[in-house]
Design a protein. Structure first.
Lengths: 249, 249
């Protein structure tokens, strides 16, 4: 893991890093040297590691809870080169969008391909992050990712025992059911009740599939991109409950 | 409205009151004389105005938000005499319980009868409470009631324009759909995913029926009585957002 740039503002240190071909960001509290919990964040389709919905939540998790937060560019996203497969994904998505089709069914194969490539990257990144003294190998790890972040995060969490709590949502397809059934850690699952891209029943079915004893579905009125701002607070408290809050908020 | 007793502890003043035949409780902040928002709380079936689930939340709403909170004994409940109809309700419920039947379908007629009697009582109580200088006629009003409290609260909120936000849940029957469709204020709706008394689809259908632009379903793993403790925090923040928080928490 190579750190390539560092900035700091409002009590948050932001560091760019690379790990092999993977480009990522690590946000940390500007003060405090004791090992602190880590939250992994996976962005949505077509977005990148510093998309507004990632950046805002990451800063919140750091300042409210004292956590470290890591975000990776998904394969073919952000600062990473696109393969022929990635170009094909984009072409398929543009075609569906142009035809006004719901994207839910279209993204299934894309997510399967991305997850196959991204899960090993996330695990290698987690190894590298836990080798940092400010994180350490013993601290709890959370995962946050909705939409494509769920398409990658559910398979990741199913095989990665270090993830102790996860926020997923805004997605539902049957190819994820088997992985969800292997997950037993606490889950907060977001669903947009009037999502134009995700069929309500498929989202409910994915929530139903998690084997977790503690799981909460937060279904909010509104479309795909209308996740309410108060869900940021809710995710913050969810991680504070399960990873152990460092700061006060 | 006659106040019949008053106690005070941990910053909360608790006053018993009667209004005609109705017996109720009003919890208020021990300090502060400015008019503050009011939350109405309706208990579950077979419970009473000071049941633990009511008392704990009421104290929390007062201490965290600076609100006043009022709770009424439902008709035939708590300190109120039972009519022949109330005795009949109890007999029907005991029979279903003894037979191990889900109670959801059984309570439909009971709730209809109770709502017809309780809605006018709640409206008269609200008139009397708003005549108190520490509450006033202009402040926002919230409603909290799950299970039987939803059976009464949905018809109440449908006809009572002073209620500006409501928490409902753990109930779902078609007789409430029409009233729910008249409700447009923000709603937080609790659902127990593995509820042995409320069919999941009927709960989802009731949530779906609300006409509110802002509505959030919180479905949690677990049975009828397993509503997680963190939902108390969530309801507190919900009311703080919509009624305007007075204190800090």
């Amino acid at each position: 893991m190579h750190f390539t740039a560092e900035t700091s503002s409002n009590g948050v240190v932001e560091r760019n890093f690379t790990l092999g071909d993977v480009t990522g960001l690590l946000w940390s509290p500007a003060s405090g040297s004791e090992p602190a919990p880590l939250v992994l964040m996976a962005h949505g389709g077509g977005q990148h590691k510093r998309a507004p919905g990632i950046l805002g939540r990451a800063q919140r998790f750091v300042t409210a809870c004292g956590f470290h937060v890591a975000s990776l560019d998904a394969p073919g996203h952000g600062d990473r080169p696109r393969t022929a497969a990635d170009e094909q994904h984009i072409a398929v998505l543009r075609q569906a969008q142009a035809a006004g089709e719901p994207l839910g069914p279209v993204v299934v194969e894309i997510h399967k391909d991305l997850a196959a490539r991204a899960v090993p990257e996330w695990r290698a990144t987690l190894d590298a992050l836990q080798a940092l003294p400010e994180i350490g190998a013993d601290g709890p790890v959370g995962f946050w990712g909705i939409m494509q972040g769920t398409g990658i995060g559910v398979p990741l969490t199913a095989v990665e025992p270090r993830i102790a709590a996860a926020v997923f949502g805004c997605l539902g397809h049957e190819s994820l059911t088997e992985a969800a059934a292997q997950i037993t850690v606490p889950i907060e699952f977001l669903l947009q009740w009037d999502d134009e891209h995700v069929e309500r029943q498929s989202g409910l079915a994915l929530f139903d599939a998690f084997a977790s004893k503690e799981k909460s579905l937060h279904a909010n009125a509104g479309g795909h991109v209308d996740v309410p701002r108060f869900e940021v607070d809710s995710a913050t408290r969810f991680f504070a409950r399960h990873l152990g809050q460092v700061g006060s908020f």
